[in-house]
Design a protein around this ligand. Sequence first.
Ligand code: MG
Length: 251
Amino acid sequence: MIVRKTDEQLDSMAAAGAVHARCMQMIQKKARAGITTAELDEVAEKFIRSQGGVPTFKGFRGFPGSICASPNSMVVHGIPGPYTLEKGDILSVDIGVTLDGWVADGASTVAVGQIDETTRKLLDVTKESLDLAAAKVVPGNRLGDISNAVQTHVEDNGFSIIRTLVGHGIGENMHEEPQIPNFGPAGKGPEIETGMVFAIEPMVNVGGPEIYMDDDGWSVYSEDGSMAAHFEYTVAATENGPRILTPWDEA
Ligand code: MG
């Protein structure tokens, strides 16, 4: 069952999302050559707790970090640690914030200094696919419209959708129904209704779509070592259209 939220509950989720957005913007600014992912993790945790929130990921199935920090060919679920960012890197940052029992989840891939043209295009296309998908979060549309919007834009630009990792419903729990694949036909799947909230998260490789998990049991990499990007919003369907609850790219 897809749990629908009231307007008041959406406001509570937006409050968690506002902390999320500020935290993400802070980490985007700090993700520069010379800093370690452990240092970024510490900054994020301190900020989230200073706002009365809890870093949702910390302790989730034993995950040790407050954020996921995944450089270069690592797609998702990177454990913050001694890795030191270098110019030309990209870093996918995923942050979860729980505030007053409501969860906000979002991600972005940051460029560290100048990056090559293909990697720049990967970041642009993946972010655009998220925006196109979020625009489909409208009552009366189908879940497949979201999935198809991501797939079409990514594949039209020659990149690969990772098919084994998906987005999800979100609310009082980080992972609720439904699962939201980043591929599939438009016009299919459950109808989107007012008050449904989705964490939409395209995960895209420059090369092939295959991935593998590291021995640490968390880090997921592109199989061919190509660069990978991950962008995510928590988005609610409202009568007035999509409401982005984690507006990390707004000033
Ligand atoms: Mg998520």
